[in-house]
Design a protein around this ligand. Structure first.
Ligand SMILES: O=C[C@H](O)[C@H](O)[C@H](O)COP(=O)(O)O
Length: 148
């Protein structure tokens, strides 16, 4: 059985997270929502951390993360060992961050991306495999930075 997807947002990404949740519901995909659960102001690292920990521990497969721009929560996510997060608002970057970078967290901005595009990017992110090959050693070098 497929692992659930980890979802997290701050207040700036809350509404986009809810739109993506509805999309995942339509697709019948399981998820765990690590908050936030309203538009009340919160701090994006507080939501990013438990969602990213769930990916690294193996509880969840990938994370979908949202804040106002997608940038702050991607910065928080990339501080977590084992996370390769990409902030995307275009399909080319979204496809290739899976194919080449084996990204395990997609970050989007609720003040940048509309719900239709966000759901398209989610589909691309979830369904595009890592190519491996020459990218393997680059990922290994990338992850080695965490322990230098
Ligand atoms: O990168 C940070 C995010 O975009 C935040 O969602 C944003 O900074 C929140 O801004 P504010 O507190 O003005 O709603």
């Amino acid at each position: 059985m497929a692992k659930p997807i980890a979802l997290a947002a701050d207040h700036g990404g809350f509404e986009l997270k809810e739109a993506v949740k509805a999309h995942l519901d339509e697709l019948g995909l399981e998820y765990i929502d690590f908050g936030t659960h309203s538009t009340a102001s919160v701090d994006y690292p507080d939501m990013a951390l438990p969602a990213c920990d769930a990916v690294v521990s193996g509880q969840c497969d990938k994370a979908l993360l949202f804040c106002g721009t997608g940038v702050g929560i991607s910065m928080a996510a990339n501080k977590v060992k084992g996370i390769r997060a990409c902030c995307c608002s275009d399909s080319f970057s979204c496809e290739y961050t899976r194919r080449h970078n084996d990204a395990n967290a997609l970050c989007m901005g609720g003040r940048v991306v509309g719900p239709g595009l966000a759901c398209q990017l989610v589909d691309l992110f979830l369904n595009t495999p890592f190519e491996g090959g020459r990218h393997e050693k680059r990922i290994a070098k990338l992850m080695a930075i965490e322990t230098r």
